[in-house]
Design a protein around this ligand. Sequence first.
Ligand SMILES: Cc1cc2nc3c(=O)[nH]c(=O)nc-3n(C[C@H](O)[C@H](O)[C@H](O)COP(=O)(O)O)c2cc1C
Length: 312
Amino acid sequence: MIPFSSPVRLGPLTLPHGRVLAPLAGYTEVGFRAVCRLCGAALTCTEMVSAKGLFYGNRQTAELLAVLPDERPSAVQLFGSEPEILAEICRRPEIRAFDLLDLNMGCPMSKIVKNGEGSALMKDPRRAAALIRACRQNFPGALTVKFRLGWDDAHRNAPDFARMAEAEGADGVTVHGRTAEQLYRGKADLAGIAAVKAAVRIPVFGNGDVTDPASALAMAGTGCDGVMIGRGAVGDPGIFSVLAGRTPPLSRMEAAARHFDILLAFLPERRAVLNFRKHMAAYLKGLPNGRELKLAAHAAATAADMKAVLGA
Ligand SMILES: Cc1cc2nc3c(=O)[nH]c(=O)nc-3n(C[C@H](O)[C@H](O)[C@H](O)COP(=O)(O)O)c2cc1C
């Protein structure tokens, strides 16, 4: 059985199946998203983008909105804590150009949480509701919310939080099966994800620790409609093909080469090379000569240097 093969309807947007790429800050740029699509991801998303940064015209923040023309459906993830700012951002044409807007209410990093953003919103469901409402009223495309099981073990409110998101007009939710306090420790709790699925009628994407067919099957056991894959795709975008029961159209090194070419077409050479180093380390993981090649990729200063490692 191929898990998550059924179409997933998110308001105005229907995905052909439920296997999607997670937003990963520093990783899910245009090149990586393109190779994940090629391998069969039904949806790819920008990394989390600060609504405040966009509001105040920060150029580096705006650059995170880049998508390739053939990246459809397209998805952007925003984070913020002020409903007025999110409302204003959702009215901008560059945001309305996206097919799907995901709101980040799960990031546990202290620099985010201390501003009342990301997973801090799980402790403040009224503010979270106001933020979802502000987006719903101003963004006509599909609207989803991504969160965790709760702030900590004593406050696991994900089912109530999901019901709130549904009541405010979200078209779907993603739940990462850990609390914020856990960060990435321990294992994703599938029972916690199943409880969210049981709480709402909108589609639920389960997230956390899916890296192969067995873990995808276990996630499907929660009853959720889709699976969101993050770390399992880094260095291995072919996972989307494997989960669909197919051979990946590209080997890992072919995917790496394609990925790097897209980055080069998109960014100044130096930035493309720097951005790609960490991806290259992931593509090389477990390969014979991987260690030496990783060192060479880490030292690569020009596109020619990186291509030499890719061709090696
Ligand atoms: C390096 C890194 C960056 C991340 N950036 C984001 C982000 O921008 N937005 C978000 O919602 N989650 C982010 N996450 C969380 C992932 O989307 C996902 O929820 C988490 O990694 C668990 O899924 P996985 O086990 O499939 O990786 C990030 C995780 C990692 C490891």
